[in-house]
Design a protein around this ligand. Structure first.
Ligand code: GLP
Length: 260
């Protein structure tokens, strides 16, 4: 896993957007794996800027999101459908029919999950998947204990994750107990993975994922099985890493041909 530490979340987000931009320019019909939460907001703002100011073209791009709350329709303000339209899709020239999220209103959840996996396969697989990290080390909504080979399926949230996500819901609203999420096995099939982690709240989970043993108890640690994963952190999220100086040294001394 390549670990890149940037001074601030803004700089890390700009670098992440450059990585996406390079891909979309070299492969206009790229398949992007997207994430929600506060972490990718800077990345999406920068992609919107690249679209508006530098002509980054999303007209042939296809997207697949990691997860969705069960029971929430696309119009619900806390649904990930709504999040993606508000924070990215409506600001760029992506075709609505090329955007994909798990169906939060699925009646037959198992079939709906199998169909989602099939859609990813039919699109040729995901070229670049961005993931955030939960404070308990989850990716997507793969909570601790998730099978490292898991596929898209229903999961039950931990109380900690429900509490972490409560700010996205109204004060009188209950955070759903169930979600649909791509599995860890699904995520590991993307050709490239970008793990984003910002701020002190993520420092412990990131240290466990990056420098601890691979374990289902820290789902993000499974990314060590992926040959092309980059972890992009700000300094605040990197404080618990033991080898921070080495990662900074590697990044500062990259061969020219490897630089973004
Ligand atoms: C939710 C999402 C994850 C996200 C996590 C962290 O659980 N399903 O994909 O990584 O929240 O959210 P935030 O970026 O807001 O800290």
């Amino acid at each position: 896993m390549e670990v890149i530490i940037q001074p601030t979340a803004e700089e890390a987000s700009a670098l992440a957007a450059r990585i996406f931009g390079v891909l979309v320019r070299s492969k206009p019909a790229a398949v992007l794996g997207l994430a929600t939460g506060s972490t990718p907001l800077g990345l999406y703002a920068e992609l919107i800027r690249l679209h508006r100011e530098e002509g980054l073209d999303f007209s042939k791009v296809t997207t697949f999101n990691l997860d969705e709350y069960l029971g929430l329709g696309p119009e619900h303000p806390a649904s990930y459908h709504h999040f993606m339209w508000e924070n990215l899709f409506r600001h760029i020239n992506i075709r609505p029919e090329n955007t994909n999220l798990p169906d939060g209103l699925a009646r037959d959840v198992a079939t709906s999950c199998a169909v989602y996996e099939e859609r990813i396969r039919a699109a040729g697989g995901i070229d670049l998947q961005v993931v955030g990290i939960g404070s308990d080390g989850h990716i997507g909504f793969n909570e601790p204990g998730s099978s490292l080979a898991s596929r898209t399926r229903i999961k039950t949230l931990t109380e900690r994750t429900r509490a972490d996500n409560a700010p996205f819901f109204g004060p009188a609203e209950e955070v759903p107990y169930h979600v649909i999420t791509m599995g860890i096995g699904t995520i590991l099939e993307a050709r490239e993975v970008l793990l984003l982690g910002f701020g002190p709240r993520k420092a412990e989970a990131l240290a466990a994922a990056i420098e601890g043993p691979v374990s289902p108890m820290v789902p993000a640690s499974a990314l060590h099985f992926h040959p092309r994963t980059r972890a992009l952190l700000d300094e605040a999220a990197a404080v618990r890493l033991q080898r921070g100086n080495y990662y900074r040294h590697v990044f500062a001394n990259k061969p020219v041909w490897q630089r973004v």
